[in-house]
Write a protein that binds this ligand. Structure first.
Ligand SMILES: Cc1cc2nc3c(=O)[nH]c(=O)nc-3n(C[C@H](O)[C@H](O)[C@H](O)COP(=O)(O)OP(=O)(O)OC[C@H]3O[C@@H](n4cnc5c(N)ncnc54)[C@H](O)[C@@H]3O)c2cc1C
Length: 394
């Protein structure tokens, strides 16, 4: 038997939550179904590497999004969509269940990039989900030695979280200085010093090229010929966007596997939208982008929900992103690529604004410990030139 919904959302993540709430802004009654392959309801992923570790008074219940309670959506957990038949408007799961739809949103995000020699196991966690958080959290009381692999925001945040919770941490990353791929030296050196000061053993300039897992631990083989033995490995090497489902349904995907959508977040099929980490969309300021950040997920998800329910709006929001590391924090808009020319402006109290220029045009703005900079940064990116004074814009 096929269950049908007016609105069907594939993916039970942050976009699904925002989209269901967006639908309800315009349609109080239409039925909403969500197919999520994870075993838990949509959850705010940033909390998994930040507040749940660093604020002892903050619980999973405090973070909960309340998707079902607030929207009345029906959540099918452990339901992995395998095929979309656009002719019959049916989605079939790996368990063989079929779901009909009036309009469909693909919000499948992405799956963590894996190291072939180290498949996920009880000792190896490719960190992304609430279940991963719960498993890792359960180990902390034993103060294990954890090898964290990856110097991006997941790796750095988890390494900081674990060391602050009494674990022994080795952080393996490929850059010479932690953060130097994204940040100019004055900031990456500050980041590296924070980790060392906190007691994290930082192994820079090395990639994991192999490894073995046993029932008691892991052994990582590094590109510099050394090894790291630990009780657990937590790996954060970015994601592969989950666009295969759309491609096999005959929809266009980008070279990196994202799903190509227009300014109304629609694929070539007007009744099939995509949003969030998986969607490659035309940003009003930045041009075609695929953004793997929460502000994009919530804003694009809400917009997609309203569009599914009949709004003719376009997605005009240029997303920002952020991270917290020990007492430091930053917000940014656009591309943070330290191989570009950067202009660093000191703001006092350790705060800095960094402009990233390609062909003398600003393509990214970083606010390092500078508050209220997101709107000004968007204005700078729209104008494409370094302003005389950022202060005038705030
Ligand atoms: C630990 C962590 C910390 C983060 N911190 C920050 C931060 O500080 N700042 C920031 O800007 N961003 C952060 N992010 C990124 C942010 O959480 C993501 O951009 C956001 O979750 C994307 O939402 P999404 O719905 O597109 O994807 P997701 O939230 O990943 O949801 C996609 C869901 O679809 C499911 N799915 C995939 N394929 C199928 C299928 N075929 N059938 C059914 N379900 C499927 C997946 O299992 C997943 O549950 C963080 C991410 C993580 C993992």
């Amino acid at each position: 038997m096929t269950v049908s919904y007016d609105y069907l959302i594939i993916g039970g993540g942050m976009v699904a939550d925002a989209a269901a709430k967006g639908i309800r802004e315009r349609d109080p009654d239409g039925t909403i179904g969500i197919l999520g392959e994870e075993s838990t309801a949509p959850f705010p992923r940033p909390a998994l590497s930040k507040k749940l570790w660093t604020d002892s008074g903050f619980t999973e219940d405090d973070a909960a999004l309340g998707t079902v309670d607030e929207t009345g959506a029906t959540l099918h957990l452990g339901a992995r969509a395998d095929t979309i038949d656009r002719r019959t408007r049916t989605v079939t799961t790996s368990a063989g269940d079929s779901y009909g739809y009036g309009r469909l949103l693909i919000a499948t995000g992405g799956h963590p990039r894996q190291i072939a020699a180290l498949p996920p196991s009880a000792r190896v966690i490719y960190f992304r989900t609430l279940e991963h958080y719960r498993r890792l959290r359960a180990t902390v009381a034993d103060h294990p030695h954890v090898a964290v692999v990856g110097g991006g925001y997941i790796g750095t945040e988890i390494a900081a979280a674990l060391v602050q919770n009494g674990c022994s941490v080795t952080l393996v990353h490929p850059e010479e200085v932690l953060g130097s791929r994204s940040f100019p030296p004055v900031i990456s050196e500050e980041i590296a010093a924070m980790f060392t000061k906190a007691g994290v053993r930082v192994r820079g300039g090395a990639r994991v090229v192999g490894g073995t897992t046993s029932s008691t631990g892991v052994r990582l083989e590094l590109s510099d010929g050394t090894t790291v033995s630990a009780d657990y490995a937590v790996i954060g090497l970015g994601i592969e966007p989950a666009g295969t489902l759309a491609r096999t349904a005959g929809l266009e995907t980008s070279s990196d596997g994202g799903i190509v959508v227009d300014e109304h977040l629609a694929t070539a099929d007007p009744d099939v939208l995509a949003a969030g980490d998986v969607a490659q969309y035309p940003d009003r300021i930045l041009g075609r982008q695929r953004v793997e950040h929460v502000d994009n997920a919530t804003e694009m998800g809400a917009t997609a929900g309203r569009i599914l329910a009949g709004s003719d709006e376009t997605y005009d929001h240029t997303p920002f992103f952020y991270s917290d590391l020990f007492d430091a924090w930053y917000e940014a808009v656009g591309t943070l690529d330290a191989s570009l020319r950067t202009v660093v402006v000191e703001k006092g109290d350790g705060g800095r604004v960094v402009y990233y220029l390609r062909d003398e045009e600003v393509v990214g703005v970083l606010m390092w410990k500078v508050a209220d900079g997101v709107e000004p940064a968007r204005a700078v990116l729209a104008a494409r030139t370094v302003p005389g004074s950022f202060d005038d814009l705030i």
